[in-house]
Design a protein around this ligand. Structure first.
Ligand code: MSP
Length: 511
């Protein structure tokens, strides 16, 4: 049994969760479910990033204590993950005691080792991004990332000697080709590393911002929010308090992030780990953004898509399907209701829904709702051979796509089988076989269609868990037990199984 440790970023709790947050969690969920299906022991973690200036300002705006404010927002994230069927194993809040202790332990270690020093910070700060910038990095005087105004700061702080480890990091990235994915992001990091790194400011003076983790060796400072938040990835798998768990799960197999937080994850974090004598994560995958009319969605632009509304209107699996299928993972996508409705109508209602409904209707009509017996596979024509081969090849295709974290390709492979089966029905014309009393041929073909649907239901599990379960129910396969790649083998369907034809999986949406 292999272990597989996958993490999402910790989401800022200054507002409600939006489509961008749901995207990362749905992607991680699909990968976590897929690895469990393969038999791995999975640790899948998510959580919330609750310190820092941005959260303090959001709490102030509501006239609330930050701790009360965050306690109010966190349940909204948890409720969304439940609604989206996110199967995380642990949810970490950076305000938890277990986390504060690990952060302090690391700070003390770095301080003792001489990796931290006190100095004066003079530069610019972007609160929405919680990022420090130098004057030369600003674009037209604004934050180079979000283009919003920055404020000038001059104050005593602690710095982490990140520059000391720059050469180590470059060598590490050079010798680990899949460490940062996709390639374009790896190149972006390497080109950034051509310039000398500025040491990292890791504290905030308490008299200006007290909403952070105490710094054990300075009562005048608290920890900078990003320095605290990255450490969650080792806290949540046991660092410092559960050595057996930590040994089993660290290093993380995938840190899934959006491309806007690449530098923090691919530069600062591996260096922090290296300085602490720990291994870097195995892989950092930075996905693209969902945009609306060409612009990144953000609260300030007011072009946010509310995942709760989408799920209530279109259903959880339709929403999951759209996000995972519409664009190759890694590139930007453009969100629109028209595109979502078109995917639902074509791929889900037409292709998949129809295949299930037609097949079960025919099994009802021709064989009183029982899966018929098939002759041996010696009796196949070319059309059937093509269908069976595609079904047999699906498992390896999904493995190859998922090993490259390519959800859209894995799903596309399932749809090749679905569409081959739809074509198979047209080519074999079962209504004619019935009319001509070719009963054995009709039995064979209904068995084959049923078997394709069973295999599709198994392979959909990581992506569309509810649909997979509903198909299993309609196929008469009872309770969903733990599935494994063995369930993708051809010929496991038992003749005589009583089907339970139900409502169409995805009704067409009239726009
Ligand atoms: N708190 C930090 C992460 C700390 S991880 C130790 C943070 N939080 S965030 O809430 O602002 O964003 C979390 C994630 O959501 C990021 O990976 C970001 O890329 C992603 N998204 C936010 N908006 C997005 C889109 N419009 N589209 C896709 N993902 C985007 O950053």
């Amino acid at each position: 049994m292999m272990k597989f440790y996958i993490t999402t970023p910790l989401y800022y709790v200054n507002g409600n969760p939006h489509i961008g947050h749901s995207y990362t969690n749905i992607a991680c969920d699909a990968l976590a479910r897929y690895r469990r299906f393969r038999g791995d022991e999975v640790l899948f973690t998510t959580g919330t990033d609750e310190h820092g200036q941005k959260i303090k300002e959001a709490a102030d705006a509501k006239g609330m204590e930050p701790s009360k404010f965050v306690d109010n927002v966190v349940p909204r994230f948890k409720a969304l993950w439940k609604k989206l069927n996110i199967s995380y194993d642990d949810f970490i809040r950076t305000t938890e005691k277990r986390h504060g202790e690990v952060v302090k332990k690391l700070l003390e270690m770095f301080y003792k080792n001489g990796d931290l020093y006190e100095g004066e910070y003079s530069g610019w700060y972007c609160t929405p991004c919680e990022s420090f910038w130098t004057g030369t990095q600003l674009v037209d005087g604004n934050c180079p990332d979000c283009k919003r105004p920055v404020e000038h700061i001059k104050e005593k702080n602690f710095f982490f000697r990140i520059s000391k480890y720059q050469k180590w990091l470059i060598d590490y990235i050079d010798s680990h080709e899949d460490f940062i994915l996709p390639k374009i992001r790896r190149n972006e990091v390497l080109s950034f590393l051509k310039m000398p790194l500025n040491d990292l400011c890791i504290s905030r003076p308490r008299n200006r911002l007290s909403w952070g983790i105490d710094i054990p060796f300075s009562k005048d400072h608290v920890t900078y929010v990003w320095f605290d938040a990255l450490i969650n990835y080792i806290t949540v798998c046991g660092y410092g308090y559960d050595p057996a768990k930590f040994k089993k799960f660290w290093p993380a197999d995938v840190h899934m992030i959006g491309k806007d937080i690449l530098r923090m994850h691919a530069i600062n974090w591996p260096i922090m780990l290296h300085a602490a004598g720990l291994e870097p994560p195995r892989r950092i995958f930075a996905h693209g953004w969902w945009k609306m009319g060409g612009a990144k969605m953000s609260k300030s632009k007011g072009n946010i898509i509310d995942p709760v509304e989408m799920v209530d209107r279109f259903g959880v699996d339709a929403y999951r399907f759209f996000l995972l299928r519409e664009v190759p993972f890694g590139v930007d996508g453009s969100f629109s209701e028209e595109a979502l409705i078109s995917r639902i109508n074509s791929d889900l209602a037409n292709d998949l829904g129809n295949l299930l409904h037609r097949t079960l209707s025919m099994i009802d009509k021709y064989f009183s709702g029982k899966v018929p017996k098939r002759r041996s596979l010696k009796y196949v024509d070319e059309v059937t051979r093509n269908l069976v081969d595609k079904a047999k090849g699906l498992g390896p295709e999904i493995t190859s796509a998922m090993d490259r974290i390519n959800f859209s390709q894995a799903i596309a492979a399932i749809w090749v089988l679905v569409n081959t089966a739809n074509k198979f029905i047209e080519q074999k014309a079962p209504w004619r076989l019935s009319k001509e009393n070719k009963t054995q041929e009709l039995q064979d073909m209904m068995y084959d269609l049923y078997e394709v649907l069973r295999i599709v239901s198994v392979s959909l599990w990581p992506f569309l868990p509810m649909t997979s379960e509903e198909m299993t129910r309609q196929l008469g396969l009872g309770e969903t037990k733990k599935r494994s790649p063995k369930d993708l083998s051809w010929g496991l369907a038992k003749s005589g199984t009583k089907i339970n034809k139900g409502k169409p999986l995805f009704p067409r949406i009239e726009s």
